[in-house]
Design a protein around this ligand. Structure first.
Ligand code: IPD
Length: 266
């Protein structure tokens, strides 16, 4: 049986409410108002509205909690011990291109620790949930990371810096190194789902540099609760603040980390 705390029920309800207009928008992409925030990084009217609905719903149920969001930045609450970390549409480029690989991502931080994570793909209606110490679930069904122990048969997801984002040469070099010794790489375009899919064992692991905490906070909880290891490139598993993530099961994580660390790039 899936464990869902009252806080998780609140997060799921907020995501489902925000998802309804988002699904409608996805069906009529040409009507969206699109503004350009920076090179390759589009923010849509839908993105802003989704964040607004999430903040309204979460505040109704948990007044006083703070927020850290992609659109609105940090909002301090009266309750300094709790904060929601939200990405209203992770996978914005996919959304804009009509590719059904994007998600609403909500994490709950308590006293600086990530304690709950929810990643919801409104198009496939896949709701990934995880709570510290209670496991990870997909639509209520228990998740476990893949069991492969060798790199050869393993499949990894990654994210690549696009447009003017730095680190392209390094990302290509790392991708080449992993491609050479595994069954392949996928670049799906939504970090929260890359982590959720690692938790679900669809891919064996995922890594990315130059990533924001709201892209990965919820997914980090999912992978950990599905039995995986999430770290930065130095192998630190505590105090992740975004920036970079490397995750896989306990057998593949050290191998992936070693391989990535050995990559030389300008
Ligand atoms: C992006 C996606 C993408 C990742 C980028 C993120 P956004 O988030 O997660 O997969 O490679 O680094 O910025 O901008 O669509 O919320």
């Amino acid at each position: 049986m899936a464990f869902t705390s009252p806080a998780m029920n609140v997060m799921m309800a907020a995501a489902r409410k925000a998802a309804r207009p988002l699904v409608r928008d996805f069906g009529e992409l040409e009507n969206l108002q699109i503004s350009q925030k920076g090179p390759g990084d589009f923010v849509t009217h839908a993105d802003k509205r989704t964040e607004q609905i999430l903040i309204e719903e979460l505040t109704k149920a948990r007044p006083g909690y703070g927020f850290l969001g992609e659109e609105g930045g940090a909002i301090e609450g009266k309750d300094r011990t709790h904060r929601f970390i939200i990405d209203p549409i992770d996978g914005t480029s996919n959304f804009l291109h009509g590719i059904p690989q994007f998600a609403i991502s909500i994490a709950l931080e308590r006293e600086g620790q990530l304690v709950a994570g929810m990643v919801y793909n409104p198009i496939t209606d896949e709701m990934f949930t995880g709570e510290k110490g209670s496991g990870a679930f997909l639509n209520g069904k228990r998740l476990r990371v893949a069991a492969r122990k060798e790199m050869g048969p393993a499949l990894f997801a990654t994210g690549l810096p696009f447009a003017s984002r730095p680190g392209q040469a390094r990302a290509m070099a790392e991708t080449g190194a992993v491609l050479a010794v595994t069954s392949g790489i996928r670049r799906f375009g939504a970090a929260s789902l890359d982590l959720a899919w690692t938790a679900a064992g669809r891919v064996d692991g995922y890594w990315e540099r130059g990533i924001q905490i709201w892209d990965v906070a919820a997914g980090i909880v999912l992978v950990r609760e599905a039995g995986g290891i999430v770290s930065d490139f130095a192998g630190r598993t505590d105090g992740l603040t975004g920036g970079e993530v490397v995750c896989a099961n306990e057998h593949l994580h050290p191998q992936l980390l070693k391989l990535l660390k050995g990559v030389k790039a300008d």
